[in-house]
Design a protein around this ligand. Structure first.
Ligand code: DGL
Length: 288
């Protein structure tokens, strides 16, 4: 009896004292918000830092060596300031290149976001799939390796969009984004071959799910659009363990920008909608 009581006290103390993990979700800009919301739903008691390297945006245009150096430098600063227990690189353009360097440099787990080619190949019936991504992601050896490993028997169309990430940012900032511009960017994804049509498109830039409803409406025919965010959130739960429903601490959530000049009123409202009412600037001009 005495021992049972002690055991009960000890386990309650363990719950109260248990470390609340800090998850850092990182992207070049606002695209990682699509991953953040699924991660917060899956792990509602974690402290969350959303970091946008807007001084470096868009990553899709950076040379590979510059991008590796940039992400390492920004991550150095963020890890020193926020001490995350786990980092989600919510950016395909960075993940398809920088993950090995990050894992070699830091002793914390990194979860990456890479083109969902394996799920796309499992889902397609027509064997015509398209990867909609940044020019950086479609040029990566890593992406070609995924196709070789998982999409044998499929025709994979790589579409490197130069404008979609910027259009998604514009929408969140309350600026106009033309239907015609969005339609032109997604058009190369839709391929017809011998009576068959593309039936799966992977959203391989985290910005693109922000435009999903418009892309559905503007698509020449219906397709399955794969958003990797739920799979990323499941991986976070695997690594951090299942979250308990009850929280004993106030959850902190902060958005960090490396430039911040593009933060408009509508964007602040959008960030608050993602649970990010606090916004801080950690200035890191590109080239430093
Ligand atoms: N959100 C990023 C991705 O998933 C890319 C946007 C950019 O070009 O910076 O690839």
């Amino acid at each position: 009896m005495q021992l049972d009581l002690l055991a009960g006290t000890a386990s309650r103390a363990a719950v109260l004292l248990r470390h609340t993990p800090t998850i850092l979700v990182f992207d070049s800009g606002l695209g990682g918000l699509t991953v953040l919301s699924k991660t917060m739903q899956a792990h509602p008691n974690a402290h969350v830092v959303y970091a946008a390297d807007d001084a470096g945006f868009p990553y899709g245009r950076l040379a590979e060596s510059d991008l590796v150096a940039r992400v390492l430098a920004v991550m150095e600063r963020l890890v020193a300031r926020f001490h995350p227990d786990l980092v989600v690189i919510a950016c395909n353009t960075a993940s398809t290149l920088v993950l090995p360097a990050l894992r070699a440099r830091f002793a914390i787990p990194f979860v990456g976001t890479v083109p969902a080619i394996k799920p796309a190949a499992a889902l397609t019936r027509s064997r015509l799939i398209s990867v909609l991504a940044t020019p950086g992601t479609v040029a990566r050896d890593y992406t070609r390796g995924l196709i070789a490993s998982y999409a044998g028997g499929c025709e994979v169309t790589l579409v490197g969009s130069t404008k979609l990430a910027g259009l998604a940012e514009a929408v969140l900032k309350g600026e106009p984004a033309d239907d015609a511009a969005i339609a032109a960017e997604i058009a190369p994804c839709f391929v017809e071959r011998d009576g068959a049509r593309t039936d799966v498109v992977t959203l391989s830039c985290t910005h693109y799910p922000l435009l999903l409803e418009r892309m559905r409406r503007l698509a020449p025919w219906p397709v399955e659009w794969i958003d990797p965010a739920p799979a990323i959130a499941r991986r976070v739960v695997q690594l951090l363990g299942q979250d308990d429903a009850l929280s004993t601490v106030a959850i902190e959530a902060v958005a960090v920008f490396t430039n911040g000049t593009g933060i408009t009123g509508p964007l602040r409202i959008a960030l608050a909608g993602y649970g990010l009412a606090e916004v801080v600037i950690e200035p890191m001009p590109l080239g430093n």
